[in-house]
Write a protein that binds this ligand. Structure first.
Ligand SMILES: CC(=O)N[C@H]1[C@@H](OP(=O)(O)OP(=O)(O)OC[C@H]2O[C@@H](n3ccc(=O)[nH]c3=O)[C@H](O)[C@@H]2O)O[C@H](CO)[C@@H](O)[C@@H]1O[C@H](C)C(=O)N[C@@H](C)C(=O)N[C@H](CCC(=O)O)C(=O)O
Ligand SMILES: Nc1ncnc2c1ncn2[C@@H]1O[C@H](COP(=O)(O)OP(=O)(O)OP(=O)(O)O)[C@@H](O)[C@H]1O
Ligand SMILES: N[C@H](CCC[C@H](N)C(=O)O)C(=O)O
Ligand SMILES: [Mg+2]
Length: 499
């Protein structure tokens, strides 16, 4: 494909000499082949501009970089925001793309909502996929990518790969990192969901305003001019401000929740009643009341399911089919997933709550099902927002009957200090057991048949990350599997059959 043609289609001015053939796109000089367009970005670790000579040496024909960067031997496409320009160019190269693309943002619930949207579309007869923390999930299986938002080249090539496989509908998770680094840019996004907004990632964003501004790029710039914004309402000031952003661009606003619209522009939740295995939701949409038996527990799951339903409706879904599909949703991996019933009789749930707000939602979700004690096992990740640790300790201590503070992914930090920061918020409550397996076993050992155990923080993760940089080690660790192994061990001890 000709660079001039790509640039013209992207609406980007191209300098002289751009009558050249492009064979690919790369943001890492080590992935440059002859004919590649190289994106040279200033990063958090290194300055990509330092690799321009190496990229040209390897055959880069054009370099997208800031005007002040030095480019010799290739066309310099200069812009103060090179990531954005690179994304727009790559979008023209990686074609075709699925016809219906939606995004989901918010502090908690992105993965669940994107995944539920995929499930609803599938049940409505579409070939659908989702891209997010769980990787890329297609009609034929799923592949992990390691990050919630893949890099921009992987994102675009995944999208066109999915289209070539016949996928027509994709829901992707738009993290604040991804949005602020233009990692999911350049595609026609017809609808976007906003789940909620609370503290997270303040290691990366300067403050809550900066974090919110990153999220709002989705509404301000990324979605189409005629897009629909599906918002979970009633969670306070940030949600109202998100709606204002959408209104400023005259986007259609579709509200969901107890204060959601009951006409065609929303789903109003009239009541939700926890049942033994799920919850019954009474809703109203387009003036029609319906009862849905959602086979998942927890108010937060009903919020995500209804935002997903809103996205399916906003992309042309038939209301009867969409709400029928909500009643048949499968659990999302690591989100209030019941790992086992421990030998004591206490159910053990694994959940990915790793913010104060998410911990609260997970505990509140389980509370109606507990007649004894709620025992929460959790920690906090290293090299991530340090200020959330105390509030996580506070929430867990206040809302649980027992807490065990353990290690999450320590990464490059001292796990003792992380646990201390969590415990400092716990007002003197809580045991400390660094080894996560021991902590899980201890919770199961101390449980009785009316108790419930919540293991929070790692959800679907398959490993525990210890160390950083070249010293990073990922030890195999899966909360669900470990809990089951502890169950087998404690069961054998109880039955006196230990080897
Ligand atoms: C802080 C952060 O988000 N960093 C991401 C970012 O890296 P960066 O742009 O800062 O890159 P850098 O390493 O400083 O390098 C700068 C540039 O030089 C290039 N380079 C570098 C070395 C070299 O030899 N040659 C070369 O060309 C790099 O490709 C890059 O373009 O862009 C990279 C590629 O797109 C990401 O892999 C990387 O994610 C790191 C590994 C990471 O841990 N990110 C986490 C925090 C993250 O993004 N998480 C969110 C989840 C949040 C949520 O779910 O709520 C996510 O969306 O995944
Ligand atoms: N709508 C919600 N409101 C509050 N808490 C929620 C909501 N949905 C999920 N959670 C909590 O957040 C955890 C993570 O959920 P999920 O993976 O769907 O969110 P996410 O936004 O994708 O998270 P991440 O930022 O890590 O990718 C859940 O395990 C649960 O504890
Ligand atoms: N997407 C989140 C995941 C956190 C998961 C938790 N287990 C941790 O390691 O902190 C982040 O990168 O902050
Ligand atoms: Mg996620």
């Amino acid at each position: 494909m000709r660079l001039t043609k790509i640039a013209q289609a992207a609406g980007i001015e191209c300098p002289e000499g751009a009558e050249i053939n492009v064979t690919g796109f790369a943001i890492d000089n080590r992935k440059v082949a002859p004919g590649t367009v190289f994106g040279a970005f200033q990063g958090s670790q290194v300055n990509g501009e330092d690799f321009i000579p190496a990229a040209v040496e390897a055959g880069a024909v054009a370099v997208v970089a800031r005007p002040e960067a030095r480019v010799e031997g290739a066309v310099h496409i200069a812009d103060p925001e090179p990531r954005r320009v690179f994304a727009r160019l790559a979008a023209q190269f990686f074609q075709p793309v699925p016809e219906t693309i939606v995004a989901v943002t918010g502090t908690n619930g992105k993965t669940s909502t994107a995944e539920m949207t995929r499930q609803i579309w599938r049940m409505c007869g579409h070939r659908a996929a989702s891209i997010g923390t769980l990787g890329v999930t297609t009609p034929d299986g799923s592949v992990s990518t390691g990050l919630t938002t893949p890099d921009i080249v992987t994102f675009h090539s995944n999208m066109s790969g999915l289209a070539r496989e016949g996928v027509t509908h994709v829901a992707f998770e738009a993290s604040s990192h991804g949005l602020s680094q233009y990692r999911n840019e350049g595609l026609p996004v017809v609808a976007a969901g906003f789940t909620n907004f609370s503290r997270d990632h303040l290691d990366y964003h300067a403050d809550m305003e900066d974090y919110f501004a990153a999220k709002m790029r989705l509404f301000d710039e990324v979605v189409n001019d005629d897009a629909t914004i599906v918002v979970w309402t009633g969670t306070g000031e940030w949600t109202e401000r998100a709606i204002e952003h959408a209104q400023r661009r005259n986007l259609r606003v579709f509200t969901v929740g107890e204060q959601g619209a009951n006409d065609q522009n929303g789903i109003r939740l009239l009541s939700h009643t926890p049942t033994q295995l799920g919850q019954e939701l009474e809703i109203e949409h387009a003036g029609q009341k319906r009862t849905i038996k959602l086979p998942l527990i927890g108010a937060y799951q009903s919020a995500n399911a209804l935002v997903a339903a809103g996205l399916a409706l906003a992309t042309g879904g038939d209301a009867g089919m969409v709400f029928d599909a909500v009643g048949r949703l499968q659990p999302v991996r690591g989100r209030l997933e019941r790992a086992l019933i421990s030998p004591s009789g206490a159910p053990v749930y694994v959940d990915y709550a790793h913010t104060p707000d998410a911990l609260e939602s997970a505990i509140v979700a389980l509370r109606p099902h507990v007649t004894g004690r709620l025992i929460t096992v959790f920690g906090a990740g290293g090299d991530r927002d340090q200020g959330k640790r105390g509030p996580m300790g506070e929430v867990a201590a206040r809302l649980s009957d027992e807490i065990i503070v353990t290690d999450d992914n320590p990464r490059g930090e001292d796990p003792v200090a992380i646990r201390a920061a969590v415990l400092a918020g716990a007002n003197g409550k809580g045991r400390e057991i660094g080894d996560r397996r021991e902590a899980i076993e201890c919770a199961m050992e101390m449980s009785g048949k009316n108790d419930i155990i919540l293991i929070a923080g790692k959800g679907h993760e398959k490993g525990q990350i210890i160390g950083s940089g070249e010293n990073t080690r990922v030890l195999p660790f899966d909360d669900v599997e470990v809990a089951r192994e502890c169950g087998v061990k404690l069961g054998k001890e109880a039955w006196g059959t230990e080897e």
